[in-house]
Design a binder for this molecule. Structure first.
Ligand code: FAD
Length: 269
């Protein structure tokens, strides 16, 4: 459980982080909260030669309303997001979900940008941002680009981010009073979700029902056609390919997806 040797650089501005990524290329890895990257390094599943620490980057810690959008700095920590009054008012699902990630220690270090960039299908915030029709703002040597969350999760731990790019901001539409709901089924209180569901209005995001966070499109289409919550939720696992493991079979996860979708939709109604 000892990482391979690496060198360590601190970036105090976005420009400095980009310049360090440019200097070290594929040999470098960004370090945000470290709560996914450091365990991987200890297992030697990740062996970056250079860690570029984004910790000092206070310029990416904010929540602000810009017109009809809530802009969230990528280095915002879960603990800050769960407490943030602007977020609680204007994007309540995101604030709520930030408060159910892991435990206190994880929430004081982990960042929303790190969670999305890591792209773990079992993580909570990616599905919430997907259900919110959010987008990611990314900066690299060519400038800035925006990637809808619907196009960001390409496969397990796989995104369209280039090695020299950095997620700077996450944007979600300002809530206009639309209902929302969230359900997370865990073995123990602080665990990762066996399955989870995030709902905003009639948009449904699924946690841990495949290699990426997913939209429950069959459920969404049924709701759009006027189906009842019960009938629409019964379709929640359509097209999903959940893991089949001894402690939670694919059939069990599909059952959970249907039950949790019904509950989250009822909360949102
Ligand atoms: C005990 C434990 C329990 C946990 N429980 C949960 C849980 O219940 N739900 C859940 O969702 N998560 C959980 N997590 C994971 C946690 O949410 C991590 O914080 C998160 O997955 C990664 O965020 P980070 O800021 O720690 O990123 P890091 O670990 O620092 O980085 C993760 C990856 O993202 C890249 N990266 C980081 N920031 C950026 C950026 N701005 N731009 C581009 N790339 C970037 C890094 O290079 C790295 O590849 C848990 C972790 C632990 C250790």
């Amino acid at each position: 459980m000892i990482p391979a040797q690496f060198s360590y650089r601190r970036a105090s501005t976005v420009d400095e982080a980009l310049s360090l990524l440019g200097e070290y290329g594929d040999d470098a890895k960004l370090l945000a909260g470290g709560h996914s990257l450091l365990p991987l390094m200890k297992l030697r599943l990740a062996t970056p030669e250079v860690l570029v620490d984004l910790g000092p980057l206070d310029e990416l810690r904010y929540v602000r309303v810009e017109g009809d959008t809530v802009a969230i700095g990528a280095l915002s920590r879960y603990h800050d997001l769960q407490q943030d009054e602007t977020l609680r008012t204007h994007a309540p699902l995101v604030a709520h979900v930030a408060g159910v990630v892991g435990d206190q220690q994880v929430r004081h270090r982990g960042t929303i940008g790190g969670s999305l960039a890591h792209a773990d299908a079992a993580a909570d915030l990616p599905a919430a941002i997907l259900a919110s029709d959010g987008e990611l703002v990314v900066r690299g040597p060519q400038g800035e680009r925006r990637i809808p969350a619907a196009e960001f999760f390409l496969g397990p731990f796989t995104t369209p981010l280039e090695p020299d790019e950095l997620v700077t901001e996450i944007r979600v539409p300002v809530s206009t009073g639309t209902g929302w709901g969230f359900e997370k089924f865990t073995r123990r209180a602080i665990d990762w979700a066996i399955v989870g569901v995030a709902v905003v209005g009639k948009s449904v995001g699924l946690i841990n029902m495949g290699g990426t966070p997913l939209r429950a499109t069959a459920t969404e289409q049924a709701l759009a056609s006027g189906a009842s919550v019960a009938d629409a939720a019964a379709l929640a696992a359509e097209g999903a390919s959940p893991l089949d493991e001894p402690h939670a079979s694919a059939a069990y996860r599909s059952h959970l997806a249907r039950v949790l979708t019904a509950r989250a939709l009822e909360q949102a109604a």
